[in-house]
Design a protein around this ligand. Sequence first.
Ligand code: 5GP
Length: 192
Amino acid sequence: MKLLEERIKKDGVVLPGNVLKVNQFLNHQIDPELMYKMGEEFARLFKDEEITKIITVESSGITPAVMAGLVMKLPVVFARKHKSLTLVDNLYTSDVYSYTKKVTNTISVDKKFLTSDDKVLIIDDFLANGQAVQGIFNICDAAGAEIKGVGIVIEKSFQEGAKIIHDRGVRLESLAVISSFDDNQVHFEGEE
Ligand code: 5GP
């Protein structure tokens, strides 16, 4: 998505550890117009997949997921990162190691919001080593929900995440694909 690539070039800051900071429009301050256009793009890409529900992880996945849900007219569920002290029996859970925060969170989804009737589109802000997506795969598997695809705002293709998704035979669509951060610059896949 050209508009997104241009915005990353303009506002993205490369941090040590192959982390891209995009606090200007995605991870802290949010640009709703750009987010809405992402929602339209996800809707276009996945329009033939007969999706019934969109799933993401709090917090930065929520905005692109809601925008896609708005355009596709589908409900959006976000996995919570903080353990509920009550109703533990009614939750699907999975442990997820966070690439940026270097901690393991137990993510959870209430069983009433995900069933074996659901055909799911997973959306997240970044794809690095695929731990967040794997956590949602585990939750969908526990619920018996069918995974129709994964939509990512920014994929870092030099990390392992895409392999996990492709090995499972799931369709992956990323709106921007970063191939390297050589010389602290963002380089996109297919760029000269
Ligand atoms: P993964 O689980 O694929 O290793 O990492 C994905 C999660 O880590 C995303 O949900 C995102 O919150 C965070 N993340 C991974 N890489 C980056 C990055 O380069 N920049 C930012 N801002 N977040 C990232």
